[in-house]
Ligand binder design. Structure first.
Ligand SMILES: [Mg+2]
Length: 235
């Protein structure tokens, strides 16, 4: 079913992890793929110093999984009200590609904070699950195996669907028995965020995959939602 069109140009695994346009899933003027391109630096117009600064700028230091986990645990310690279950999308949330554009033979990698965050959640006793609309669950599952993260998930709902993950969450709720209001969800597609928020799940739109900043934001939004719902009950 043509939910997600993959152009052959996107199948080159050596490409950097720039998010390709997926026409059927991101229509309309609000699509981020239509956002203005970054400003171009023209050294000939007196911006040479800025250009040099950009060239000199070093990438941020790589944090190992253990260090990310320690920071994620610190962040978890900041909040009284914590979710019982955190649900992640796969493509462009846990890993920087659409897995239907990849082959099972490849060795995938996650966004660099993803594993540490999941380790921290597990250590804190918080369940972790997947909700993905990937049309190639076979590839997704092979990658999850290769990344050695399969044992982290209490539920893996990976199937193509015309709903914006409401079906995925209904299945996760039935499997875990955890109410929607005790769940936190990360995804890179605003339509999924919209529909799952309506179910009562605290949902966070990620731009460049899940990272410690997004994690903190999600937990903060979750705590705010819990406080708001207990206030409305008191009234
Ligand atoms: Mg995605």
């Amino acid at each position: 079913m043509g939910l997600r069109g993959a152009s052959p140009a996107n199948s080159d695994s050596a490409r950097p992890s720039k998010k390709p346009v997926r026409e059927t899933s991101r229509p309309g003027p609000t699509s981020r793929s239509l956002a203005s391109p970054p400003p171009v630096i023209h050294p000939s117009r007196g911006d040479a110093a800025a250009g040099e600064r950009l060239l000199r700028r070093r990438p941020p230091p790589q944090m190992g999984d253990e260090r990310v986990k320690a920071e994620a645990l610190q962040i978890l310690g900041l909040f009284q009200a914590l979710p019982r279950l955190v649900v992640f999308d796969l493509d462009y949330t846990l890993w920087p590609f659409y897995c239907e554009c990849r082959s099972k033979r490849e060795s995938p990698s996650l966004y660099r904070h993803a594993k540490g965050i999941m380790f921290a959640l597990r250590e804190k006793g918080i369940d972790v699950a997947i909700a993905s609309r990937s049309p190639t669950p076979d590839i997704a599952k092979v990658f999850i195996d290769k990344l050695e993260i399969k044992s982290m998930f209490v539920a893996q709902e990976i199937f193509s669907s015309w709903t914006h993950k409401t079906e995925h969450f209904q299945k996760i709720q039935r499997k875990t028995g955890i109410p929607y209001k005790s769940m936190l969800f990360f995804d890179d597609e605003d339509r999924n965020i919209e529909s799952i928020s309506k179910m009562g799940v605290t949902s966070v739109l990620v731009e460049n995959g899940v990272n410690l900043d997004m994690f903190k934001l999600g937990l903060s939004n979750f705590a705010t939602n819990v406080a708001a719902s207990s206030t409305s009950k008191d009234e």
